[in-house]
Design a protein around this ligand. Sequence first.
Ligand code: ADP
Ligand code: ZN
Length: 787
Amino acid sequence: MNYANVIINVKTRQLDQLFTYVVPPELRGNISAGHRVVVPFGKGQFADGLVWSLTDKPPRFKTKAIVEKLADDYKLSKTQLYIMQILRKRYAATYQEAYLAVLPSVQKLDKIIVYSISKPFDDYQDGQFFDGAELLKNYTQSEINKKVKNGYLARQVKFSFKHNNKTVEWVKPLYDNVEDALAKIAARAVKKQRIIKHMAYLDQLPLRDLTAATRATRRDIVALADSGFLAIEQRVENYAVNSYSTSQQTKTVKPLSADQSKVVRDYRALDKPRAALLIGVTGSGKTRVYIELAKKAIEAGKQVLVLVPEISLTPQLVARFSEQLTTDIGVIHTYIRPADKVNIYQRIKSGDIKIVIGARSAIFAPFNQLGLIVIDEEHEYSYKSETIPRYQAVELALQLAQRLSIDILLGSATPSIQTHHLVDTGVLKALYLKNAFGAASLSDIKIVDMTALPKDTLLSSPLIEAMTQCFKKREQVILFHNRKGYARSKQCHQCGYVHMCQNCAVPLTVYEGGNQFVCHYCGYREPKLLKCPSCGDALIDIGFGIEQIKKQLNLVFPDKTFAVVDSDLTHHHTKYIETLTAFKAGDIDGLIGTQILAKGLDFANVTLVGVILADQLIHMPDYLSSENAYQLLTQVAGRAGRSAKAGVALIQTYQPEHPIFDYVIKRDFDSFIKEEKQLRDMVGYPPYVTLFTVKIQSESKLAVYQQAQRLYDFYDKNFKRNAIDAQVFQPIQPFYARIRQRYRAQMLFKVKRESRSAVLTMLYYGIVKDKYNLVDPKCWVDIDFDG
Ligand code: ADP
Ligand code: ZN
């Protein structure tokens, strides 16, 4: 075939289309869909491209030829190309967004600009080459541009792979006292003041995070380093974990229990491609089933993908797989060194690595013989991407499995209603593990009524009593509370002043007993604030976080050791693993943590779980509120009672009569889900309708408002005119109206399943491609998907 339709890696959304190029004679027969190429694009420019399809049909206009083809090592696999199609069709991704999503970061091309000297000037001789950065040391960009215009320089674009081991600049504070440091900096140097405040309680921070959080420039930071306030260090990016390779010696194979064997048999007996949902109570040994099915797929010469909610949180899971398997496991997550990543991707591509365990984005790995996809804890929210393309990995995996005839198994103790609905519609077959494995029995769940206790009680007497008993037996405790830090916010009790983030319309969270303020949305930090800036009166803490609970625990149990675990800690991967290891070894008696504690942790010696305030979970302003509460409470309770020792879960609440507790205590998932489904069907929520949310952001408040109104009018009118069964709701302000200096609005579309693709097409043309000039350049508009 003589022509190639190519995806161009440029960001302009209006150009979301394929471009046709001539395949030069030397590449004919040697190039196919998935090959990466360099093509001429624009005047004298080149672009990184991906061959999407080949054709013999000459285009109606003159076309240029492909310049270069990248080695087959970089070719995208068929699986990756299918995923790109799904990303486009289902999540309105542009070609470029889909391309960048499936391309491992280590295989991305960097564009570099090179200049050749065509006429001598200053000290430069003709024929010499320089890269842009080098010339910029001696000339400004506009001087360089002028020299290009006057024929002294010729500009060329080259591509190179991103550096494998990047050096990263880290900043360390060198001052001991913030106030002293601030006093030495001019008051009008606002950004420098901000940097000093930000670093006050940090040991170190990557420079790019510091600039992002303080909106200062690199130059401000360098100036502070020059005057001795900060140190800047260059470091090769430090990744904690490498790949796991399993040894070839014989393994201690753990035989399946009778229940586990039955599930494996039932799954294998399904029609191909097999698709099932394994509903197995916590501690029932779902992992052992996954391993067995993985083994069988590998024996049949296939590759296996195991997705977990957050791989960096579950080293245990990887260890369990490697205990039982004799092939190497490719582990993919953010903390893998780029050089290792290159290696892993290459080995997945060649088929040398048979099994991959990873978080959400591991689904983009370059498989060539994928035969089984397993998704553990399929209900977890982390399977949803919060960046564009905003795909849902479970949904994406199901689509992929159907299209490419791949077996799939989803597993959870508390499946999402969305997924469970697929059992009703016959897409998935339900399989069950109804009992905890071996001698373990499910924990006993009890409600603690807080209404009679003094106000602001954090730890009720039944909980303290249970902890005392537990510690007596040298057993361990996990306490759950879904709020990071010390207090939710600081308020003035006189004038009501609330200490807010300066980039966001969000109260700052109080950390370290009040010594530190942090914004959870933009990362802005500042040190302690003693008095109300508005009236000078004292500030008080509002709402309590896990740090405050730890403080209380230290008072009640002075000879016990407690540690807090939250998502901040997981960013310090090594520290997190250390904490879990110390807990496992018994050096820590109790963990207090946020919802990351619910994610599959398995400690045999934990016999007591406490939920500090369940009320916080059951009153979220969201249609998913009950579902999430049910899942979290059940999962947290499941952290106790995972061995022969009996486990108890105590749930503290001010509403002991709330109906959800009845379902949770009885572990009556079937009744819970039945009722919840009826409700959603009646009111019109997923899985019975699809929701699209159009999100609008801008630095201008007015622009956001006008943009929202304009889109509302356009779609409301168009749906009515085209008799499309979809409801558009008036734009609203989200709970936090301003984040990272951008004002926000959003608009909900409720769409009947049959109209999903029609509506999405209209949103794609109107918003993604901006075909009707609806989108104000001052605004960012994008679409989120649910169901
Ligand atoms: P789930 O993921 O369903 O909550 P796990 O897979 O974590 O359950 O299993 C619970 C516990 O039972 C783990 O400690 C695991 O090692 C153990 N276990 C499960 N199946 C077996 C088996 N067949 N042989 C030995 N131990 C098992
Ligand atoms: Zn903020």
